[in-house]
Design a binder for this molecule. Structure first.
Ligand SMILES: Nc1ncnc2c1ncn2[C@@H]1O[C@H](COP(=O)(O)OP(=O)(O)OP(=O)(O)O)[C@@H](O)[C@H]1O
Ligand SMILES: [Mg+2]
Length: 205
C-alpha cells in the first residue's frame, strides 16, 4: 500500500445496513484509529430545484452527488492532509456554509450507496465491502426510518422508492456489487455482519 492509511468502502442499497455496520466498526476500533466519511455529505445543493419528495430531483442518481470532491478528499487524506467535509442539510436540501474538519486516521470508512458506480472512488478504496440485503427488507427498514425519524408520510416514501430508489438501485448499485471484495449479508444480524467485516479489516492491516 502506498500510504499507511487503509480506506474501506461500505456500499449496498439504501436501508441495507451500511451505516449500522460503519458505526459498529468505529465503536470497535475507536475514534483514534478510525473515522467515517459519508457519501451523504457530498450531496450537491438542490434547494433551488427541489419540488417535493419523489419529484424532479432524483437524490438516488449519481449526478446528485459531488463525487469529484469526494475523490479529491480521499486523495488528500491518503496524502496526510485534513479535509473540510461539507455539511448537507436534509431539511433544506442545501449545503451549510459551515464545514466539518476531518483529519487522516489509520482506517477511514466511506459509507455510501453509489460508491462502486464511480471508477475514481473504486480506485481510491483499498477494500470494498457490500452489504447485501433483499429489496423487500430494505424497503421495510427505510419506510420505518423515514416515517419515524424523518417525519415523512408513508405514501411519499413509497412513491420515492418506486420511482427513484428502486430504479437507481437496479441501474447503479446492484450491477456494481461485482466490484466488492467482500459481500456481507444484511440479514444475518448486526453482530455477525460486524464480526465478519472486522475480521476482514484486521487481516488487511
Ligand atoms: N444486519 C442487520 N440485521 C438486521 N437489521 C439491520 C441490520 N443492519 C441494519 N439493520 C437495521 O436496518 C435499518 C437500516 O440500517 P442503516 O441505516 O444502517 O442502513 P443504510 O444502508 O445506512 O441505509 P441508507 O443508505 O438509507 O442510509 C436500521 O433500522 C438498522 O437497525
Ligand atoms: Mg446510511
Amino acid at each position: 500500500m502506498e500510504s499507511g492509511i487503509l480506506i474501506v468502502g461500505i456500499s449496498g442499497g439504501s436501508g441495507s445496513g451500511k451505516t449500522t455496520l460503519a458505526q459498529g466498526i468505529i465503536a470497535a476500533l475507536g475514534l483514534d484509529t478510525c473515522a467515517v466519511l459519508a457519501q451523504d455529505s457530498y450531496y450537491i445543493d438542490q434547494s433551488a430545484r427541489f419540488d417535493g419528495d419523489g419529484g424532479s430531483v432524483n437524490f438516488d442518481h449519481p449526478s446528485s452527488l459531488d463525487f469529484a470532491l469526494l475523490a479529491r478528499h480521499l486523495h488528500d487524506l491518503r496524502s496526510g492532509r485534513s479535509v473540510e467535509v461539507p455539511i448537507y442539510d436534509f431539511a433544506t436540501h442545501s449545503r451549510r456554509a459551515q464545514t466539518s474538519s476531518l483529519r487522516p486516521k489509520p482506517i477511514l470508512i466511506v459509507d455510501g450507496t453509489l460508491l462502486y458506480s464511480q471508477a475514481p472512488i473504486v480506485a481510491a478504496l483499498n477494500y470494498r465491502i457490500f452489504v447485501d440485503t433483499p429489496e423487500s427488507d430494505r424497503y421495510r427498514r427505510r419506510l420505518k426510518r423515514d416515517v419515524e425519524e424523518r417525519g415523512r408520510k408513508p405514501e411519499g416514501v413509497e412513491r420515492q422508492f418506486l420511482t427513484q430508489v428502486k430504479p437507481m438501485h437496479d441501474e447503479f448499485i446492484e450491477p456494481n456489487k461485482t466490484r466488492a471484495d467482500f459481500i456481507v449479508s444484511g440479514l444475518a444480524g448486526v453482530r455477525e455482519a460486524l464480526e465478519q467485516s472486522l475480521a476482514k479489516i484486521r487481516a488487511l492491516r
